[in-house]
Design a protein around this ligand. Structure first.
Ligand SMILES: [Zn+2]
Length: 239
């Protein structure tokens, strides 16, 4: 088991003796090839310690148990772990995994679990935090979908016969475009140009919108009543 180096110097005060730990898989080997590294964070707002583990040497569950044991020696209890892991890449899972599922090293699908073996491979999508804004969907539906997302998909099923194709999936709300890398580059250029012009549109809308105002509810009520009387009169005339 690796040794805690930092906590001795920053011994937690009694009000912090139950702490939250941010934990994530290291992308490469940790220092001294240790399976788990743990250090105190200067910013105590969100969590007191951060930990990294080497997924090729130890599981997340064992890494958490190791962190609990290390901090227990200092009389510190772990209240919760915040898992900061991005899905593992096929390269992180190792050559056996890559050979078994035919993954490119960047593939982040969990072929042995939730994602199954769909016959293609993909990176985890990057997404805007901002949610979708589609007028055709309810607010609750839009909350499930990012405004923008993108990921790389590689289709290499029976590649000796049908070849290998790398595509970028560009998600625009509920719509997805499948692009070649070259088409994705063209879309990126178009989006860059659009962003500058959209900036001008937003600035102008803010300026025009500053003169917006609410109507008078009393006048609105009289208007609706007049409209009802007019419709009633027309209906009467038709009988
Ligand atoms: Zn894969």
């Amino acid at each position: 088991m690796s040794k805690v180096t930092a906590p001795a110097a920053t011994a937690p005060s009694t009000q912090h003796n139950s702490v939250t730990i941010a934990i994530g898989a290291a992308t490469g080997s940790l220092q001294h090839k240790q399976p788990v590294a743990l250090w105190a964070t200067p910013d105590m707002d969100a969590y007191a310690y951060e930990a990294a583990y080497d997924p090729t040497r130890i599981s997340l569950a064992d890494a958490e148990a190791s962190v609990r044991a290390q901090l227990a020696e200092f009389g510190v209890q772990v209240a919760a772990f915040l898992n900061e892991d991005a899905p593992l890449t096929a390269a992180q899972r190792g050559p056996e995994w890559q050979a078994l599922y035919g993954c490119n090293p960047e593939c982040q699908l969990d072929h042995a679990g939730a994602d199954g073996e769909p016959g293609w491979h993909a990176t985890a999508p990057i997404e805007t935090e901002h949610r979708s804004i589609d007028d055709n969907f309810t607010a609750a539906e839009n909350a499930q979908v990012p405004l923008l997302g993108a990921q790389i998909a590689v289709d290499n099923e029976k590649s000796q016969a049908y070849g290998r194709r790398t595509r970028v999936w560009l998600h625009l709300g509920n719509t997805t475009g499948t692009l070649t890398p070259n088409q994705a580059r063209q879309a990126l250029t178009a989006i860059r140009g659009f962003v500058a012009e959209f900036e001008a549109v937003v600035a102008l809308a803010e300026k025009i919108g500053a003169a917006d105002f609410e109507g008078d509810p009393e006048i609105a009520r009289l208007d609706r009543e007049a409209e009802d009387r007019r419709i009633a009169a027309v209906s009467q005339g038709r009988r």
